[in-house]
Design a protein around this ligand. Structure first.
Ligand SMILES: [Zn+2]
Length: 159
């Protein structure tokens, strides 16, 4: 049995919420699914911007996506499944296998964002590993990382 409160999440914020109430940036457990042998897949929202306010540019989202991909693979190689863009351009979807602890996810996210600040290039920004390899900006990704880190004391404030 998955106990979301024991994992460090506020049970009332799991699932879909009225987007008009959301604060940003925040990190929230979206959903989870436990299989018959006990393994659990967790989906986590990494919300960056307030919904229906300011939208991330395609370049910001793309470079940030590459950093999140590289970072979660580096820090949680046994658990990381995927990172995806929110189509509304306000954040990202993180999918993890057998890792749903809020503290671990938040500290990993913070470590990744700190790595972005000191990076010298966007990971996988080359023709062999990316489908739009010229659409990247290290500077924009670092500006975004700085902004999200500045809001980290409120990451757990979803609404
Ligand atoms: Zn790419």
């Amino acid at each position: 049995m998955v106990d979301v409160a024991q994992l460090g999440w506020e049970a009332a914020t799991v699932g879909e919420l009225d987007h008009r109430l959301l604060k940003a940036p925040h990190v929230k457990l979206r959903s989870f699914n436990q299989g018959p042998t006990g393994d659990v897949v967790f989906a986590v929202d990494l919300r960056i911007n307030l919904p229906n306010s300011v939208f991330l540019s395609s370049t910001e989202m793309h470079s940030f996506e590459h950093f999140l991909l590289a970072g979660f693979q580096k820090y949680l190689p046994q658990n990381f499944i995927s990172i995806g863009l929110m189509g509304c351009q306000t954040g990202f979807y993180l999918v993890l296998f057998n890792e749903g602890r809020a503290d671990t996810i938040l500290s990993t996210y913070e470590a990744i964002l700190r790595d972005v600040l000191v990076a010298t290039e966007v990971p996988y920004a080359n023709i062999a590993q990316c489908g739009n390899y010229k659409n990247h900006s290290l500077e924009l990704a670092q500006g975004l990382a700085r902004r999200v880190l500045d809001g980290r004391t409120n990451w757990r404030r979803v609404v």
